[in-house]
Design a protein around this ligand. Structure first.
Ligand SMILES: NC(=O)c1ccc[n+]([C@@H]2O[C@H](COP(=O)([O-])OP(=O)(O)OC[C@H]3O[C@@H](n4cnc5c(N)ncnc54)[C@H](OP(=O)(O)O)[C@@H]3O)[C@@H](O)[C@H]2O)c1
Length: 269
């Protein structure tokens, strides 16, 4: 890609995007500009990645074609308002702030701006992210593809309409928390059975990762994959029966419905 890329804010998420982008070889470090308010942090990123450090958010806006806003949601609109007049005419702005809508971003940046709202999740930090991408009407399909490509450099990414963002929060943004609870509970049971704690986390986490890979790579229905593990009269169906009796599926759906409703309530302010 011959575009120049900017980052305003470069903490956990910004660094995941920056690292993925550089590792993919799509953009040379010399075409990347980064600004965060802590000068030492900018210097450290320059030393680690060889990117260009900027003195201000406005400098990033002027120097680049695609600008990632990777600051916390509570400062995103202020930061966007501050750079609006420094952006180039055709610049594309990508916000990753949870709960900040395309409309709110357009009010801060101007209604003539190309804007993408993206929602990554924390597994991005280990190159296994899942990101949703939602573009406003001014962004071309090629530009959306370029941004999808950037997010795919550290995981998977999908285009979604904005009304689906609350489902994305439920099934991807917040989902690592439920999966960590499941891993922890499985490991507790393995410890109960006599397995050392560290080994129990390894077995449980690898079982979750392998099962997820089977869903993604075989294309088989999750129910069919479950049936493959359940031998008649065997051990697994005993566990499945208890999970059904205790309402695991209903608990997951009810929990996610609450999560999605909260996401919707927060985005309405
Ligand atoms: N973590 C997640 O699971 C997750 C998932 C999806 C979306 N997100 C979104 O990602 C965004 C960033 O989250 P994060 O976890 O990466 O946060 P973070 O680690 O706290 O990083 C925030 C970055 O913003 C910089 N910053 C603070 N105030 C600024 C300002 N006024 N102007 C420019 N830069 C400023 C900080 O600078 P210094 O380094 O100098 O302190 C830091 O580099 C949030 O909007 C969040 O909603 C996060």
């Amino acid at each position: 890609m011959d575009k120049k890329i900017g980052f305003i804010g470069c903490g956990n998420m910004g660094k995941a995007i920056l690292g993925g982008l550089l590792a993919s070889g799509r953009v040379p470090a010399s075409n990347i500009w980064v600004y965060t308010p802590t000068a030492d942090h900018v210097a450290a990123l320059q030393a680690e990645y060889g990117i260009n450090g900027a003195q201000s958010a406005q400098e990033v806006a002027q120097a680049t074609d695609i600008v990632f806003g990777a600051v916390k949601p509570n400062v995103m609109l202020k930061v966007m308002g501050d750079i609006a007049s420094s952006l180039n005419k055709d610049s594309l702005v990508v916000s990753i702030a949870a709960g900040i809508t395309l409309d709110q971003l357009a009010i801060a940046l101007g209604h003539d701006r190309k804007i993408i709202r993206a929602m990554p999740n924390t597994p991005s930090l280990v190159n296994a992210g899942m990101t949703s991408v939602t573009a406003n009407a001014l962004v071309s399909p090629e530009e959306t593809d370029a941004v999808l490509g950037i997010f795919r450099s550290f995981g998977q990414a999908e285009n979604v309409p904005e009304y689906m963002i609350h489902s994305v929060v439920g099934v991807s943004g917040s989902a690592p928390a439920y999966v960590f609870m499941f891993i922890e509970a499985m490991a507790d049971a393995a410890v109960l059975g006599g397995m050392p704690r560290a080994q129990a986390y390894k077995f449980a986490a690898q079982a979750v990762m392998g099962s997820a890979k089977m869903v993604l790579e075989t294309g088989k229905h999750p129910g069919e994959l479950k049936d493959m593990v359940c031998s008649p009269g065997g051990t697994t169906i005993e566990a499945v029966k208890i999970l059904e009796e205790k309402g695991m599926r209903a608990a997951v759906m009810e929990a996610m419905a609450k999560c999605m409703a909260k996401s919707e309530a927060l985005s309405k302010g």
